[in-house]
Design a protein around this ligand. Structure first.
Ligand SMILES: Cc1cc2nc3c(=O)[nH]c(=O)nc-3n(C[C@H](O)[C@H](O)[C@H](O)COP(=O)(O)OP(=O)(O)OC[C@H]3O[C@@H](n4cnc5c(N)ncnc54)[C@H](O)[C@@H]3O)c2cc1C
Length: 314
């Protein structure tokens, strides 16, 4: 219900400050739409964890994920995008008003772009929760420097896992990549880099059954996925990069989702609720790349602008 207490009011609210949200923010602010971007953590999204992004157009020598999103933020803020730090916890509709519920109260608007991306999946093994922040991490760029000259493990076989393993070689004495299959899913050029890195050793066909240690990570209990044979490896850190879960819990009651929880949209980023759009990794069938997230964000902002002009009295 919209009441007088619901004090914050905008034309457009963007949820998430990754490449999709920032791109939407640049387009919306430049379109002179009164826009607020709400981000729960630091700006930039997942890509801030990438050592080097080599496939974003315009950067022939590559660019760190952090620098790339810092440039996006600067561009958005030069156009006047307002930002706010809060955790979005719910979405609701009241006639022409869209209500964004957050840890800092309700925010009102006429259109919403959901660009909340994904978060790392958990391994779901004993020791993971207990030793979180004590050797268990989901971000090598954030925590890698704590493991100077230590042995560490990365779990996973896609681009994120390989990228994390390579990033860790800058600090760690050795890196084991534990992968449940006998081949990696990562892009070939990234695999080649991994296989030529002497500090990295891949343990194939293997899963982690338990993370062991008293008050910090000391050892992983492993199991061969084919033979069932058990083994262990001594490490001071474990970086989990096994997959992603879409950050859409706050929207489940309102929007259509696929089985994994990605938001269903049409090709112009419209969800089933008029005035609510979704962009980037959070979307069903997204290519999960920076460039596609930024493209989605641009499309969503342009469509939101059209919606605001045609469907809502401004
Ligand atoms: C290690 C790594 C390396 C990568 N390398 C590459 C690469 O080389 N090239 C490439 O193109 N892609 C790469 N990617 C993928 C790329 O990072 C993603 O495709 C891209 O970041 C998706 O952007 P997004 O804006 O859709 O979502 P995200 O980047 O996930 O951003 C979503 C934002 O929303 C925020 N958020 C979530 N829930 C809420 C909430 N409830 N309230 C408020 N805010 C919320 C999050 O904190 C986050 O900042 C890599 C990813 C990783 C992890």
């Amino acid at each position: 219900m919209v009441t007088e207490e619901n004090k914050h009011s905008y034309e457009l609210i963007i949820i998430g400050g990754g490449p999709a949200g920032l791109s939407a923010g640049i387009y919306a602010a430049r379109g002179r739409i009164d826009t607020l971007l709400i981000e729960k953590l630091a700006m930039g999204g997942q890509i801030t964890g990438a050592e080097k992004v080599e496939n974003y157009p315009g950067f022939p020598d590559g660019v760190s994920g952090f620098d790339l999103t810092e440039l996006m933020q600067r561009q958005a803020s030069l156009w006047g995008l307002k930002t706010h730090t809060a955790d979005v916890t719910g979405l609701a509709v009241d006639s022409n008003t869209r209500i964004v519920k957050t840890s800092d109260g309700d925010f009102l608007c006429h259109a919403v772009i959901v660009a909340s991306g994904s978060a790392r999946s958990k391994l779901g093994v004993p020791g993971e929760e207990r030793l979180l922040g004590r050797g268990v991490s989901y971000c090598a760029t954030c925590d890698g420097a704590f493991f100077q000259d230590e042995a560490v493990a990365v779990v996973g076989g896609g681009n994120a896992a390989v990228s994390e393993a390579l990033a860790l070689t800058r600090y760690a004495r050795s890196v084991v990549l534990v992968h449940r299959r006998n081949e990696l899913r990562a892009t070939k050029v990234v695999q080649e880099r991994l296989f030529s890195e002497p500090k990295v050793h891949v343990i194939w066909d293997t899963v982690v059954d338990e993370i062991l240690g008293n008050d910090k990570v000391e050892k992983l209990r492993l199991r061969n996925a084919k033979t069932g044979e058990g083994s262990s490896v001594n490490v001071a850190g474990i970086f989990v990069a096994t997959g992603l879960v879409p950050a859409t819990e706050f929207a489940t009651a309102l929007l259509d989702m696929d089985q994994q929880g990605h938001i269903i949209t049409n090709e112009v980023m419209e969800t089933k609720v008029p005035g609510i759009f979704a962009a980037g990794d959070v979307r069903h069938d997204s290519a999960k790349q920076c460039v596609t997230a930024a493209g989605d964000g641009a499309t969503a902002a342009l469509r939101a602008e059209r919606y605001l002009t045609t469907e809502v009295t401004r």
